[in-house]
Design a protein around this ligand. Structure first.
Ligand code: COA
Length: 270
């Protein structure tokens, strides 16, 4: 089980109710556990129900109410069931983490229209579907949406045209929803992790060589841990960030900024 964020108090989110899509595994499972460790009741949703039971047990170990709901964020009727199931069990909703995502590496010329659309449907349209369905609950008492983004869309990342389009769309949606829903006391922010150690994404999307290169060029010299991503999520979900909305916070140890180093190296050499 990942460690809960080290600075969080057990009452930081006491009385809050949270829904974490994609919360059965990986980064979003770590975020769900950090929310529970900070006192929030938590629902986790995932397409695959076998991930949910162990995560729910880990959440309940923090003495909070927890539920797992299987469903696909691409299907509006299933989204309604996820959101309604959360409200029925937890009694309301103040925190929504949009983390459900799909990805694989494929160069654009080898990617079918359905392959492109599948990732856009899960990541981008799924984020919209769940946000839209949850908004009436969130505005009832004021709330927070946190959209899980990435850094690959900030550059020309090979093999990621589908995910780049989807994540860039999510970043734009974060800004629009922040403006539309701020007056309703709903803050909307994004969290953009770079590569995170010991996640399925890193296992599937990187090689030994690319992992070594990441450690070499990252200003902080390594990948993030799940706990470090969860820490940033807790900040953005708590009153510690009460006046922050419409931003996407990059949490990658400065890795993507280092892309400019090629210019610097050339300039130094000449
Ligand atoms: N390369 C190229 N195309 C691929 C692909 C790959 N590695 N994997 C899937 N696709 C294409 C399929 O060929 C299909 O297109 P087609 O109908 O034109 O052939 C389309 O994507 C949908 O694939 P399918 O497997 O039917 O979709 P799905 O809804 O069952 O699952 C994913 C989609 C993205 C979730 C699936 O690839 C997956 O399970 N990925 C691993 C889990 C994951 O992404 N976790 C997130 C970690 S970052």
């Amino acid at each position: 089980m990942p460690m809960p964020a080290m600075w969080a108090r057990p009452d930081l989110l006491k009385g809050k109710r949270a829904l974490v899509t994609g919360g059965g595994t990986g980064i979003c499972r770590g975020i769900a556990i950090a929310l529970a460790a900070a006192g929030a009741d938590v629902a986790v949703a995932s397409r695959k129900s076998d991930h949910l039971a162990p995560t729910v047990q880990d959440l309940q170990a923090h003495g909070v109410r927890a539920i797992g709901i299987a469903g696909d964020v691409r299907v509006p009727a299933e989204v309604d069931r996820i959101v309604q199931g959360t409200a029925d069990t937890l009694g309301g909703l103040e925190i929504l983490i949009n983390g459900a995502a799909g990805n694989f590496i494929a160069r654009s010329e080898a990617l079918s229209p359905n392959g492109f659309g599948t990732v856009v449907d899960i990541d981008l349209k799924g984020t919209f579907n769940v946000s839209r369905a949850a908004f009436p609950l969130l505005k009832a008492h004021g709330g927070v949406i946190l959209n899980i983004s990435a850094t690959l869309q900030l550059l020309g990342t090979v093999g990621q045209v589908h995910a780049s389009a989807a994540k860039a769309g999510i970043d734009a949606m974060t800004r629009t929803l922040a403006v539309e829903w701020g007056p309703e006391k709903v803050r909307v922010n994004g969290l953009a992790p770079g590569p995170v150690a010991e996640t399925e994404g890193v296992r599937r999307l990187t090689t030994d060589a690319s992992r070594a290169r990441i450690a070499e060029i990252c200003p902080l010299g390594r990948m993030a841990t799940i706990d470090e991503i969860a820490s940033a999520a807790l900040f953005l979900c708590s009153d510690a960030s009460a006046f922050i909305t419409g931003v996407t916070l990059v949490v990658d140890g400065g890795l993507w900024l280092h892309s400019a180093s090629a210019l610097g190296v050339d300039a130094t050499a000449s």
